[in-house]
Design a protein around this ligand. Structure first.
Ligand SMILES: [Zn+2]
Length: 250
């Protein structure tokens, strides 16, 4: 069989295969996008968790400070009770007032941190809701993907085996060119030559309509073992059996 006919047979299988796989690919793309959004939500949750921990560490620090302050106040209260002079009494009282003011400030700091934690907890609850919703979507995306994979797996395996058989008879360099075109144009690798005006010998590429010199048409009619790609759209050009039969009989 001429090379171009072998390629056309291969192309037929290739296009069926890509058609089936594209259903799987679109489901994969969708599931990946959902996963990415899920990852972002998980990252935001982790950041909130870190901020909450930092606030708790800060509260713990303030509480330790208050513990020391209270110990000191306890001691000063004893000193106040045992003060023997007015001067001693007023010195102790002054320190107590200063320390109480500090204690009040530290209490305010703790309250501030607790308010922060409340805000973080509210954000966290909202985020958990979003994560639960996203998980539902993600689960159904994965289910859909698995279903599509299963639905086509048998046929894909058959077509892949068929393609291997069809590809085996094609010389390596021609197969190389074909594979590249099939990848670049998602299986749309070949273009039939179209007749514009037979009398004037005007022909064009069936894919991009570029006018083709007549000598290319002659060359393609002659079952050449060399592939010709359209200069413009780079697809592999071929003459349909109908056109060939018509040209031969006339
Ligand atoms: Zn073209």
């Amino acid at each position: 069989m001429p090379l171009i006919e072998d390629l056309l047979e291969l192309n037929l299988v290739e296009r069926q295969l890509r058609g089936l796989q594209s259903r799987v690919h679109s489901a994969e793309t969708y599931a990946r996008a959902q996963q990415r959004q899920m990852d972002e939500l998980a990252q935001r949750k982790e950041e909130l968790g870190t901020r909450r921990k930092q606030r708790q560490v800060a509260i713990h620090g303030h509480e330790t400070d208050i513990g020391s302050i209270d110990e000191r106040l306890e001691k000063l209260r004893n000193d106040l009770n045992t003060a023997s002079t007015t001067k001693q009494y007023s010195t102790v009282l002054e320190e107590m007032n200063t320390i109480k003011a500090t204690r009040g400030g530290t209490d305010d700091l703790i309250l501030g941190e607790m308010t922060e934690i409340e805000t973080i907890d509210t954000d966290m609850a909202t985020l958990d809701g979003e994560i639960a919703e996203r998980q539902t979507v993600l689960d159904s995306a994965h289910r859909e993907l698995e279903e599509r994979k299963q639905a086509v797996s048998e046929r894909v395996a058959e077509l892949q085996a068929d393609r291997d058989v069809k590809a085996a008879v094609i010389p390596a360099s021609a197969l190389d060119t074909y594979d590249r075109c099939a990848d670049d144009f998602d299986g749309d690798a070949m273009a039939a030559i179209e007749e514009i005006d037979k009398r004037r010998r005007e022909y064009c590429c069936g894919s991009c309509n570029l006018n083709l010199p007549f000598n290319i048409v002659v060359q393609l009619m002659s079952n050449s073992t060399q592939l010709t790609q359209c200069e413009n759209c780079l697809r592999i050009l071929y003459v349909t059996p109908e056109m060939k039969a018509e040209t031969v009989t006339k």
